[in-house]
Design a protein around this ligand. Structure first.
Ligand code: UD1
Ligand code: UDP
Length: 367
């Protein structure tokens, strides 16, 4: 049996790794395709090293572009690969442009496709990922869900229950596997940070960083947080580009300042294992990331989500996540409250038990 796996962007790699490993253990012939949507070492290769992923069999090197350019380039370049490999199944993960591009080509070629992390919905179609999620789910033959509400979302969109499998969260498989290594990471010492005495920030959603006034407001709120506790901000390249383009650099500390009172220390994106340690030991995380809402739930680190909605409501219902929107005053007051409160208990939503990859592999092989 041959399974082709598609990965392209940072949040894909930690979801692909457990599925690939579980299928490998069952003797499946795996082919790994990297679309090249993310290509900086800090956004891609660093994750292959940390997660022990094999070198991709095929690299499409599509790089950046508009949504149409990037999606079209992936489609054009993956089509001959799929025709040549004729996999029994193609597995796509998450909600990035690589996900929908590969799924659409499979569907047109009549090749079966499985979607890992199906059925998540923010119900906000201005979010590029929401379009990718809805369309990928419509095209998929097998839909693997991470959260109980996902099945209802899918059934509501006319998807047959028989194709849906609630398997748990492969992102948490990777977290569980790499947490012992993360606990031994020296990243705090290297950066001069003290456990439980810093805030960790990530921002990259277009709705937050592409509009200069929204980004300015968020950064100003973060400055107030930084007056209470050092802020570490491993910045996504999109965000760095936008801060530069709109002269917002003055609001942050681009050259050093890590651990210093009052500083928002902007550093390059951090590797996976070091980032797990940072999340585990932060007093609180402020983010617009999807995956980080899930990881902080398991780690018991308070998460303030700088968005108006989430496709991962279970992290709010069961976990440590709180949606605060993008209003600077709301970000400020939620952050200060969290910094002064006791640390919450870690929570495990159903089937976030480190075995999702195994369940996915079982379903695939038994088919
Ligand atoms: C993409 C995903 C988003 C995901 C995020 C994770 C889509 C539609 N978006 O957004 O869902 O949450 O990845 O990180 O697929 N860039 C670099 N180096 C890189 C990659 C990107 O400099 O290695 C810069 C380029 O200027 C590029 C910009 O970042 O134009 C945005 O990259 P892109 O892949 O288009 O979207 P992301 O914002 O990364
Ligand atoms: N991550 C990381 N280093 C960073 C920022 C994020 O290792 O500097 C990891 C994070 O722990 C999670 C994944 O990247 O596993 C989330 O990716 P991202 O926030 O880019 O995308 P999203 O989940 O929003 O699609």
């Amino acid at each position: 049996m041959k399974v082709l796996h598609v990965a392209g962007a940072r949040p894909n790699f930690m979801k692909v790794a457990p599925v690939l490993r579980a299928l490998d253990a069952r003797g499946v012939d795996n082919v790994l395709v990297h679309t090249g949507q993310h290509y900086d070492r800090t956004m891609s290769d660093a994750f292959f090293d940390d997660l022990g992923l094999p070198v991709p069999d095929v690299h499409l090197e599509v790089g950046s572009g508009t949504h149409a350019q990037q999606t079209a380039r992936i489609m054009e370049r993956i089509e001959p690969v799929l025709e040549n490999e004729r996999p029994d199944l193609t597995v796509v993960v998450g909600d990035v442009n690589s996900t929908i591009a590969a799924a659409l080509v499979c569907a047109k070629l009549g090749l079966p496709v499985a979607h890992v992390e199906a059925g998540l919905r923010s119900f906000d179609r201005s979010m590029p990922e929401e379009i990718n999620r809805i369309l990928t789910d419509q095209l998929s033959d097998l839909l693997f869900t991470t959260s109980p509400e996902a099945e209802g979302n899918l059934v509501h969109e006319g998807i047959d229950r028989e194709r849906i499998h609630f398997v748990g969260n492969p992102m948490i498989d990777s977290l569980d596997r790499h947490l012992p290594k993360a606990r031994a990471s020296t990243v705090l010492e290297r950066l001069g940070l003290t456990a439980d005495a810093f805030a960790l920030v990530t921002l990259h959603r277009p709705s937050n960083v592409d509009e200069p006034e929204t980004l300015r407001g968020i950064l100003e709120a973060l400055r107030d947080v930084a007056s209470e506790v050092p802020v570490l901000f491993p910045a996504h390249p999109r965000t760095v580009k936008m801060m530069r383009a709109h002269d917002l650099d003055a609001l942050v500390d681009v050259d050093g300042g890590v651990g210093k009172p009052g500083a928002i220390a902007v550093v390059e994106p951090v590797g996976y294992v070091d980032f797990l340690r940072l999340m585990a030991d932060a007093r609180g995380v402020l983010t617009d990331s999807g995956g980080i809402q899930e990881e902080t739930t398991i780690l018991g680190t308070p998460c303030i989500t700088i968005r108006w909605n989430t496709e991962r409501p279970i992290t709010v219902e069961m976990g440590t996540n709180r949606l605060v929107g993008t209003d600077p005053a709301a970000i400020r007051s939620a952050a200060l409250e969290v910094l002064r409160a006791q640390r919450p208990e870690p929570k495990r939503p159903p089937l976030w038990d480190g075995k999702a990859g195994e369940r996915i592999a079982e379903v695939i092989v038994s088919r």
